[in-house]
Design a protein around this ligand. Structure first.
Ligand SMILES: O=C(O)CCC(=O)C(=O)O
Ligand SMILES: [Fe+2]
Length: 284
């Protein structure tokens, strides 16, 4: 039966509550909050999930620290982004883990299509996402010129994706890149992926970090809290430009010029991309 995880638990084909569908089944878990879904897992699975989350949270936090360094944040403030996803107070951050399973799509359904949508195009609303998958391809990212490029699956790598909130926190220096999954076809192995989404505490103000702003630099976004943005994201469709309602007029101009200019980019880009490399990185 088709089902949607509302907001946590098992879902099949329906993603979110606003009519998005994909060729997948998934389970969405909130680890720290002790949500019903996580609490009802068998103890051994729950322990494995907690262990995995602790490890990938630390990867995400470390990448954020390195990003702060790369952005020239002073040594004493280098933990400013890290602390949002890995605060000392264990319950503080808002994080979740999604396990996606994409079975091969029967040829009869795929006929005449260039690829069946496993997970439709979207950006991740949080600060940082850390993805792991099996050997089955399908994950793609959108380049600034609108072309889709595949990210080769690699079981020894973690793929790190910048979320909308990090784009705002860095005033557009890091970009939240659209991505999607094309479902495997008959004869291919199913695709399995596990994604950790690192978000801040609900009350966290999402606004460009003062530590980053140059003299006279204007914020491209109006102020909002993570709770506010999350609520707006839940009401939107997957492919909506969710940051749109939060952009100030200057953002449109910046968007145009940054598609041409270099952005900051994490090391080890997962794809051989053109000059304006997308912000997806592979961590070995
Ligand atoms: O399943 C995947 O490989 C990616 C899915 C995704 O982008 C997401 O769950 O946000
Ligand atoms: Fe995503």
């Amino acid at each position: 039966m088709d089902a949607s995880a509302r907001p946590f638990g098992y879902g099949s084909k329906n993603i979110g509550c606003n009519g998005d569908v994909g060729w997948l089944e998934y389970i969405l878990l909130s680890v720290r909050s002790g949500s019903v879904a996580a609490a009802s897992l068998p103890p051994s699975l729950r322990a494995a999930l907690e262990e995995y989350t602790d490890a990938v949270r630390e990867v995400g936090a470390r990448v954020l620290e390195l990003m702060a360094d790369g952005l020239g944040v002073a040594e004493e403030h280098r933990g400013v982004l890290r602390r949002m996803v890995a605060p000392d107070d264990a319950g503080g951050a808002d994080e979740m883990v999604r396990v996606n399973h994409y079975p091969p799509c029967p040829s009869s359904l795929a006929a005449g299509q260039r690829g069946v949508t496993g997970f439709g195009e979207h950006t991740d609303p949080q600060i940082i996402s850390v993805l792991r998958s099996n050997r089955t391809a399908g994950f793609q990212i959108m380049l600034p010129d609108g072309r889709w490029v595949p990210v080769a699956p690699d079981t020894d790598s973690l793929f790190v994706n910048v979320g909308d909130s990090l784009q705002v926190l860095t005033n557009g220096r890091f970009r939240s890149v659209k991505h999607r999954v094309v479902a495997p076809t008959e004869g291919q192995q199913p695709r399995l992926s596990v994604i950790y989404f690192g978000g801040p505490a609900p009350t966290q103000r999402i606004a460009p970090l003062p530590e980053l702003m140059r003299e006279g630099e204007q914020s491209l976004y109006r102020d909002f809290t993570w709770a506010e943005y999350k609520k707006a994201a839940y009401k939107s469709r997957l492919g909506d430009h969710r940051l749109g309602p939060f952009e100030l007029p200057a953002a449109a101009t910046a968007q145009e010029s940054t598609t041409k200019a270099d952005h900051y980019c994490s090391s080890n880009a997962a794809v051989q991309a053109p000059a304006a490399a997308p912000h997806v990185a592979r961590v070995h």
